[in-house]
Design a protein around this ligand. Structure first.
Ligand SMILES: [Zn+2]
Length: 121
């Protein structure tokens, strides 16, 4: 992503430099309208690449999906997630974040309790 932007900006810089050189050269000893047009085209391409580089950044940011996953304690295995009270199978849908702490609400026995993270040794 970033490499594409850098290449685009370097190429844009080269096009702008050569574009201005062509424009300057056009007003040399003899006015050369062909060089002037070439210069303006190069400058236009240069600005186009700058614009493109800016767009590359924006699309890269848009691609980043913002996923809000409930951060469960590391010891909780999602496959075999059971209620502490009745042993009923629970899923992450039964977990709510209350004051920054994951709280389980069991749909079977109605118990709600906080998930505690055991220290990992
Ligand atoms: Zn339960």
């Amino acid at each position: 992503m970033t490499a594409g932007r850098i290449i685009a900006y370097i190429a844009a810089g080269l096009f702008l430099i050569f574009g201005f050189l062509f424009i300057l050269a056009a007003f040399g000893e003899q006015f050369n309208s062909g060089w002037l047009i070439t210069g303006f085209i190069l400058v236009a391409i240069g600005f186009g690449l700058v614009f493109l580089g800016g767009r590359l950044k924006q699309t890269a940011q848009a691609d980043q999906e913002v996923t809000l996953n409930i951060d469960l304690p590391a010891n909780v295995e999602l496959d075999s997630f059971k209620c502490e009270n009745c042993g009923g199978a629970l899923s992450t849908d039964n977990v709510e974040m209350v004051a920054g702490a994951p709280v389980v609400k069991c749909p079977y026995c109605g118990t709600s309790y906080q998930l505690t993270e055991d220290p990992k040794w």
